[in-house]
Design a protein. Structure first.
Length: 93
């Protein structure tokens, strides 16, 4: 049981790191939304999204994890677009 507790504590530490990185990423996403607003650009950029997915999938060397990592990436991209839309909508009302 101590071993399981140790693993869970390690997961807790990793989750805090993920949250910090996610917060940093979303702050940059907010800046991108501001830029796109000023330049009257649309939120969705298929070319850029494909680049992000392809580059990150190439970096994932563990074949067993690839489908799970792709799902995480796609979720992050979806949430990022939703956040950009929310920021733009909030600033155009």
């Amino acid at each position: 049981m101590e071993e399981l507790i140790s693993y869970r504590e390690e997961i807790d530490v990793i989750d805090k790191q993920i949250l910090a990185l996610f917060s940093r990423r979303m702050a940059v996403v907010g800046k991108i939304a501001g830029y796109k607003m000023k330049k009257d650009m649309i939120v969705y950029d298929q070319t850029r999204e494909d680049e992000v997915v392809n580059k990150n999938m190439d970096n994932c060397k563990d074949e067993e994890l690839k489908p799970y990592y792709q799902e995480v990436l796609e979720t992050i991209l979806r949430v990022s677009k939703e956040y950009q839309k929310q920021i733009i909508l909030r600033n155009t009302i």
